[in-house]
Ligand binder design. Structure first.
Ligand SMILES: [Zn+2]
Ligand SMILES: [Zn+2]
Length: 249
C-alpha cells in the first residue's frame, strides 16, 4: 500500500516539475541555443550535437538481445550469453564504446562535464524509443559507493538516467538500493575477478520490490555489476529487469 502511494506521488511530482521544466527549457533554449559538444556547430532537435556528428556515432549493426554485445545478425544470442545467461532479461546499448563515446564518457566521469550526461541520456532515450522495448516501472541509476560519490561529487549514471526518467515519466530509484561495501575499480580486473569483486556489493531496502526496473549505467563491459544488481532485484521478487547503457564495450 505504502509502496503504491510513494510511487504515485513520485510520478505526479515528476509531471509537475516536467511542465515548469519545459517552459524553463524553452526559455533556456532561446537564450542558449544548443551547440554540438563535439564540433561546436549548432545543435539539432534540442540536442547538444549536430546532425553530422550524430550520424557518425558508432552504433552496433546487430546486438545480442540479452547483453547488447555486437553479433553477426539480428536476433542472434551471443556465445557468452549461451554459456552463462545474464540475470537481467534484456539489454540495450545506444552505442559502441569507441570514440567519440570514450571522450564523452570520460569527460563526464573524470572532468564533471555534466552536459555530456544530459546528451548521453537524451541519446539513450532515443535508442530506447526506437527499439520499442517495454518501459519498466522505475529506473535505477547504478549507485556509487558513498565514498566514491563524495570524491566525484556526482553519480554519472544518475546524470544519464535523469533525461530517461523525464522522457518516459518514470520515477528514479535514489534511496532504495545502495552499495553496501566499496569495490575495486572493475577496469583492472578480468571477467572472473569482476564477478567476485561485485558479489554482495549491493543492498536493497527490505520490502522494495517494483514489478519491473531498468538499470542505467554509462558503459557496460562484462556486465558483472549489472548482473549482480539484477540478482539482488530478482531475489527481492522483481519480475523484469532490463539494462540500458549509453555504450557497450
Ligand atoms: Zn558536431
Ligand atoms: Zn549476449
Amino acid at each position: 500500500m505504502d509502496e503504491t502511494k510513494t510511487k504515485a506521488s513520485l510520478s505526479l511530482g515528476g509531471r509537475e516539475r516536467g511542465e515548469r521544466g519545459s517552459l524553463l527549457h524553452a526559455l533556456l533554449e532561446r537564450l542558449y541555443p544548443p551547440r554540438c559538444l563535439l564540433c561546436g556547430a549548432p545543435g539539432q532537435a534540442g540536442l547538444d550535437l549536430c546532425a553530422g556528428c550524430l550520424a557518425d556515432l558508432p552504433r552496433a549493426r546487430h546486438a545480442c538481445p540479452n547483453c547488447a554485445a555486437p553479433v553477426p545478425a539480428e536476433g542472434v544470442v551471443c556465445g557468452r550469453c549461451l554459456r552463462r545467461p545474464p540475470r537481467f532479461d534484456a539489454a540495450l546499448a545506444a552505442f559502441r564504446y569507441d570514440e567519440p563515446l570514450v571522450g564523452l564518457v570520460t569527460g563526464l566521469k573524470f572532468h564533471a562535464r555534466l552536459a555530456h550526461g544530459r546528451l548521453l541520456g537524451a541519446l539513450l532515450a532515443e535508442a530506447v524509443r526506437a527499439a520499442d522495448v517495454p518501459i519498466p516501472d522505475c529506473i535505477l541509476p547504478v549507485p556509487l559507493h558513498p565514498q566514491r560519490l563524495r570524491e566525484r561529487g556526482f553519480n554519472q549514471a544518475l546524470e544519464i538516467a535523469r533525461p530517461l526518467a523525464r522522457a518516459f515519466d518514470r520515477p528514479l530509484i535514489l534511496h532504495e538500493v545502495r552499495r553496501s561495501r566499496p569495490t575495486r575499480p572493475q577496469m583492472a580486473l578480468d571477467a572472473r575477478a569482476r564477478r567476485g569483486n561485485v558479489r554482495g556489493a549491493f543492498a536493497i531496502r527490505p520490502g522494495f520490490a517494483p514489478a519491473s526496473v531498468a538499470l542505467v549505467d554509462d558503459v557496460m563491459t562484462t556486465g558483472s555489476t549489472l548482473d549482480e544488481l539484477a540478482r539482488v532485484f530478482r531475489r527481492a521478487g522483481v519480475e523484469y529487469v532490463s539494462v540500458w547503457v549509453a555504450a557497450r564495450a
